[in-house]
Design a protein around this ligand. Structure first.
Ligand code: ADP
Length: 321
């Protein structure tokens, strides 16, 4: 008895705390009225007041039917709300699991990838401080400079990642060709031998509404990779970038004839911290950041590549208003 009462009390508290609280309150009043009606009917049977009994039972039955109908409707809407809440809780749970995994990996990598260059910088500074020839000191300074560039790249990737997950999308009109040219200009230092042929097939008039910062990160990472993973043995290293708009979709293609990707690495290159080659001096975060951004912009990214032949990255973004 106590158990039943406590359970009912819990259910009442739960229903009265939901958005249908007001409706449930009225339904409780109706229930009391309904029960009183039963009491009056019993009293009328005892008093043998058949005429009044008929009227009262009619009213009680009508209120009873209305009560059941309203309970079903209100409970249905409450059940749907609970279903929605549990679905979104499940989604949040999955999101949390992913974030937790990322954090674990992140802590490990931060200690490794940040402390590595710092330790080497400290060692090199000690060497420079001791009496060394100018050549030796210059060599150490070169190495220190390379380590700081690596650290800077790592911090930039982490910032891009955190900005993408924490900031809202800002939509602006972007001239795609201008932005690609701006990005390639900033990456020109990567083509030290000036051997790479860069072809751009993107109409001057092509504009899209997108988040300019996020879009630039996509372009920078994909074009930088096309430069980084060129094959020095090829007669003519080439990078082809093209963009089109078709069926309300913006599509960007970045193709190179570089070192390509081993088939067993194709599914892994978008993972956090994955580096598929010892040619990589990067963080292994670039493509992960790109994938996260593309997903945030509700687009898709695909790669098709052949080992030692080259790679083609295709990004598709739905057009925004
Ligand atoms: P990083 O370049 O710092 O290693 P990314 O996340 O940008 O990290 O790339 C992950 C891996 O994917 C790289 O280590 C490389 O093996 C492979 N990769 C990416 N882009 C290309 C490309 N254009 N050609 C060949 N391999 C690529």
């Amino acid at each position: 008895m106590f158990f039943a009462v406590s359970k009912t009390a819990k259910l009442r508290d739960l229903l009265l705390a939901g958005p249908n609280a007001q409706k449930w309150k009225w339904l409780i009043y109706m229930m009391v009225f309904f029960l009183l009606g039963y009491g009056v009917s019993i009293a009328l049977v005892i008093a043998e007041q058949v005429d009044i009994l008929l009227v009262i039972t009619g009213i009680v039955f009508f209120v009873g039917a209305l009560f059941v109908f309203l309970v079903v409707i209100t409970a249905k809407s409450d059940i749907e709300r609970i279903k929605d809440t549990s679905a979104s809780l499940e989604l949040n749970n999955k999101e949390l699991e992913k974030i937790n995994k990322e954090l674990d990996l992140f802590a490990y990598r931060v200690s490794h990838d940040l402390r590595g260059p710092i330790a080497s910088i400290r060692g090199l500074i000690e060497i420079v401080k001791s009496d060394r020839t100018k050549e030796e000191s210059d060599f150490c300074l070169e190495k220190i400079s390379a380590s700081t560039i690596k650290l800077d790249g790592f911090i930039q990737d982490i910032l891009d990642l955190s900005r993408n997950s924490r900031t809202e999308i800002v939509n602006e009109l972007v001239n795609v060709r201008s932005m690609i040219l701006e990005v390639t200009e900033s990456l020109k230092y990567m083509d030290q031998d000036q051997r790479i042929e860069f072809n751009l097939n993107c109409p001057e008039s092509l504009t899209i509404t997108t988040d300019p910062l996020r879009f630039k990160i996509i372009l920078t990472n994909l074009i930088a990779n096309a430069y980084k993973y060129q094959d020095a043995r090829k007669d003519k290293p080439v990078i082809d970038v093209s963009c089109t708009i078709e069926n309300k979709m913006f599509s960007l293609q970045i193709k190179d004839n570089g070192i390509g990707i081993r088939p067993e690495h194709k599914d892994k290159i978008f993972e956090m911290f994955f580096r598929g080659t010892d040619k990589s001096v990067g963080t292994g975060l670039g493509l992960y950041v790109v994938k996260e951004i593309v997903e945030k912009l509700e687009g898709t990214i695909q790669v098709s590549a052949e080992y030692e032949k080259g790679a083609l990255f295709s990004v598709n973004l739905p057009l925004r208003q």
